[in-house]
Design a protein around this ligand. Sequence first.
Ligand code: AMP
Length: 430
Amino acid sequence: MSFSSLGLSEALLKAIDKQGYTTPSPIQQKAIPLILEGKDVLASAQTGTGKTAGFTLPMLQILSQGQKLRQRPIRALILTPTRELAAQVHNNVKSYSEFLDIRSAVVFGGVNQRPQVATIRNGVDILIATPGRLIDLNSQGLLSLAKIEILVLDEADRMLDMGFLRDIKRIIGLMPTRRQNLLFSATFSKEIKNLAGEFLHQPVLVEATPENTTVDAIEQKIYRVAKAKKTDLIIKLISDGNWKQVLVFNRTKHGANKLCKKMVSAGISASAIHGNKSQGARTKALAGFKNGSVRVLVATDIAARGLDIPLLPHVVNFELPNISEDYVHRIGRTGRAGASGEAISLVSADETTYLRDIEKLVGLKIPVSIVEGFEPDPNASTKPVKQGQGGGRREQSSNKPKSQGSRRSDDSGNSGNNRNKNRNRGGNRR
Ligand code: AMP
């Protein structure tokens, strides 16, 4: 199958060609024709499946065919859970719209709103946003969603996990009821199905991958290791393997900083990315990692969500996530768009329960290795670490808007209080 058989315009085909894509991915093959027909779509797609182009290409086609209004109101809104994902989606939108008369902009918290407002004033067709900043700008009367024709909820499961349900409902209330809705989610929980039931109009269900399965191209491995030896083991694996680009996951910001320092002391260039870092530092760390000047990026789950680093060869779980779905998201950073990759997890005794839950979720037994000199501690307890233990601090953003009182703040500089309760099991210290 080719992109031209999907009914996309010459201008879009030219942009696709420029990206070097030759064949539409399964999610693109299924979703693009349905979206072009104007249908609401509920799509299950993991990161790395090409879902962004899956909704952006048909959106661009619809918007460029539509009537041009003199004042350029915002006609399409893409909501994302994190700033990084918003920035990344915006980059994709810009690339795919290069040969079209379509303007786009991105707004998210943690940075000065002035340039964002100035861009919107000039008129944009597509706005990519995280919920908090969007609501903020709307409350100040600086943007209107009254002319939205297409709404995309990207990584909707994550938005719910981050407590954005109330914000999403509020944002939807600012839009016309007649519009096309596209909901993308890596997992289909009951909450996602409820959200879809509430906001989507006779949606067509598109499943590019079975629920909660890990991408086949990713080779998964477990190293059983004593907790105290994890740092030395990861340094050894990176050095011996001569790994050039490694994304390492940590459950806590504190742990991420500590590990990053140890890497640097061991002569491995590393940066940390988490919710306590300023947006500038986060952007710089990611850019360094992408251009190869930073070999190791140590990240927490929230900060790393949705990062698109092409052909990332190695992902290491320095600690397993206490939320099994996060494992699927983490290892989705490798083996992207058909490329192969390796996902390694360093597992100590107290993570045994997490490992069991993960294996149950992904439906496979992950092969286990032990490295000589880094054996697991046979006397260590298998009891999971509880919240507040282990030296980690829960990840919270310092950009909590004053107007929203005591609601939980999160990575996009916004707040929410609808966090899915069962995700707090075992401590949620990201
Ligand atoms: P996404 O799942 O949208 O984050 O996309 C994952 C990666 O796949 C991105 O780097 C895209 O540029 C790339 N990509 C998207 N569609 C295709 C395609 N049809 N062929 C090759 N690469 C693609």
